[in-house]
Design a protein around this ligand. Structure first.
Ligand SMILES: C[S@@+](CC[C@H](N)C(=O)[O-])C[C@H]1O[C@@H](n2cnc3c(N)ncnc32)[C@H](O)[C@@H]1O
Length: 280
């Protein structure tokens, strides 16, 4: 059993290597950062190319949704992108906030931060910033963000409760998030769970959908809504590396599912009522 720090190290190494690859390399090879057997991240990625603000060099094909499309970002907003990678969602968010807003990407893989900063410099944008840091301890002051987005990242964070508590802390009262991520329905076969390669490929670190939504509630969020839900069909040749024939049949029967979801939730404007008479 790996410790949280060991899991984070695997994730950092994996995404450090992926940062050096183009989207095309990620798409055309299963022999990516960690060698053959790694999930091709592009299986889950959505097509960004038509979105305003899209930057090709920032698109490594690592997402599993389009959170910025659901996040109701407004001009002038401060938006935080958790696990910003090369800046794919940050630049799309910047196209909506405009020059009067601000976008802050946070990532703990140095090569991703370097790549994102290079992309921002090339665009000459002075209100898109990339900060090095861990989502379990976000390097942003409390009550700073109007909107938080994140794309296919929380599943990689070992302490998801802490990550959502941190998300709650940095949001302004009345702020909200739209987060795309991978969740499970049913028991994932052990062989998949135990694979560190699969972990970095956004599957083995994913938790049950109900548990995920409950963590969000426990962190203090209200008005929690599923904005999108899509079953991820993994190619047979990839799952067959990890499963016996019998397990494979069960997998395809659908008792078990890997889903891409986009979740919305709010940090409510008013403090929760805690004292007698405080709601008057
Ligand atoms: C699947 S990639 C997604 C990147 C980006 N959101 C995109 O869609 O292109 C996951 C990213 O999350 C970052 N990440 C994972 N766990 C993190 C953590 N605990 N703190 C900060 N960044 C993290 C990784 O370094 C990587 O850049």
């Amino acid at each position: 059993m790996k410790t949280d720090e060991q899991l984070k190290q695997i994730v950092k190494e994996t995404y450090g290597n992926i940062a050096n690859q183009s989207k095309e390399q990620n798409e055309t090879s299963c022999c990516g950062a960690t060698g053959c057997g790694t999930i091709d991240e592009a299986i889950m990625a959505e097509d960004y190319e038509k979105l305003s603000g899209y930057v090709k060099d920032a698109d490594l094909g690592l997402g599993c949704g389009l959170p910025t499309e659901y996040a109701q970002i407004k001009e002038g907003d401060t938006v935080v992108d958790l696990g910003s990678g090369a800046g794919n969602d940050a630049f799309v968010a910047r196209a909506v906030t405009g020059g009067s807003g601000k976008v802050i990407g946070v990532d703990f893989t140095e090569k991703m931060i370097d790549k994102a900063r290079t992309n921002a410099e090339k665009l000459g944008l002075n209100n898109v910033e990339f900060r090095f840091g861990d989502i379990e301890n976000i390097p942003i002051t409390a009550d700073a963000a109007d909107v938080v987005v994140s794309n296919c990242v929380m599943n990689l964070v070992p302490n998801k409760q802490r990550a959502f508590e941190e998300t709650f802390r940095i949001l302004k009262k009345g702020g909200h998030f739209s987060i795309s991520d991978i969740v499970l329905v049913g028991d994932l076969p052990k062989a998949l769970q135990e694979s560190a390669e699969m972990y970095a490929g956004c599957v083995s670190g994913a938790i049950q959908k109900d548990e995920y939504l409950n963590i969000i509630k426990e962190a203090g969020f209200t008005n929690i809504k599923l904005q999108k839900e899509k079953k991820i069909e993994l190619p047979k040749e990839i799952v067959s590396d990890y499963l016996s024939k019998e397990e494979l049949e069960n997998y395809h029967k659908g008792n078990l599912g890997i889903f891409s979801i986009t979740v919305y939730a709010e940090k409510q404007e008013k403090e929760a009522c805690c004292e007698p008479g405080c709601c008057n």
